[in-house]
Design a protein around this ligand. Structure first.
Ligand code: ZN
Length: 187
């Protein structure tokens, strides 16, 4: 068993400070999961833990949104002994490509690295349902929604993290005169 947040700190994946996110909002921190998942030993351990947390839902396939969900989705599927497939954007819409398919018998868990608003999880659930499968649950390494992402299936995360976001006009970090920086990538 490994402790999730120390691994994120050690890997430099949890940045705390004052950031301008791609959404335009300011935040006291952001996550870059790829810096943890670049270490296969961490990816495998996190996948096993998340797989264990979802096993009772009896999934037959893991579906992840590209790109962020691919590695952890694959590791969860390895732990559960099921397929790992992914949806990717085609003209802005998440779609199953590459010959991936789901059947009416499939019980899908949607896996992502981080859930923030739950928007991409919900979008991925629609892909599975449109393909005729049943979505039995969803999971992520980190839940940074503050418990606010309401999904209509069981949702399990290995750690929850509160990284508040602020309208720049009402940002307490700006008010304190702390310089704002831009994260390296998606926040
Ligand atoms: Zn600010």
């Amino acid at each position: 068993m490994i402790d999730v947040l120390p691994i994120f700190r050690q890997s430099g994946a949890l940045h705390e400070g004052h950031f301008r996110l791609s959404s335009g909002l300011h935040s006291s921190g952001y996550l870059q999961c790829a810096l943890v998942l670049q270490h296969p030993v961490y990816a495998e351990s996190l996948g096993r833990m998340l797989g264990d947390a979802l096993r009772d839902l009896n999934p037959t396939v893991v579906l992840s949104p590209a790109l962020g969900g691919l590695i952890i989705g694959h590791e969860v599927a390895r732990a559960l002994g099921v397929r790992a497939i992914f949806a990717e954007r085609q003209e802005g819409v998440l779609t199953l490509r590459r010959g991936f398919s789901l059947s009416n018998d499939d019980r899908v868990v949607v896996i992502e690295d981080v859930v923030t608003t739950g928007g991409s999880t919900r979008e991925t659930m629609v892909v599975a349902r449109d393909a005729g499968a049943t979505v039995v649950g969803a999971g992520s390494i980190i839940d940074r929604s503050g418990g606010t992402s309401s999904l209509d299936v069981p949702f399990r995360a290995l750690a929850t993290l509160s990284l508040p976001t602020y309208d720049p006009a009402a940002c307490p970090l700006c008010a304190a005169g702390q310089p704002v920086t831009k994260p390296g990538s998606r926040a």
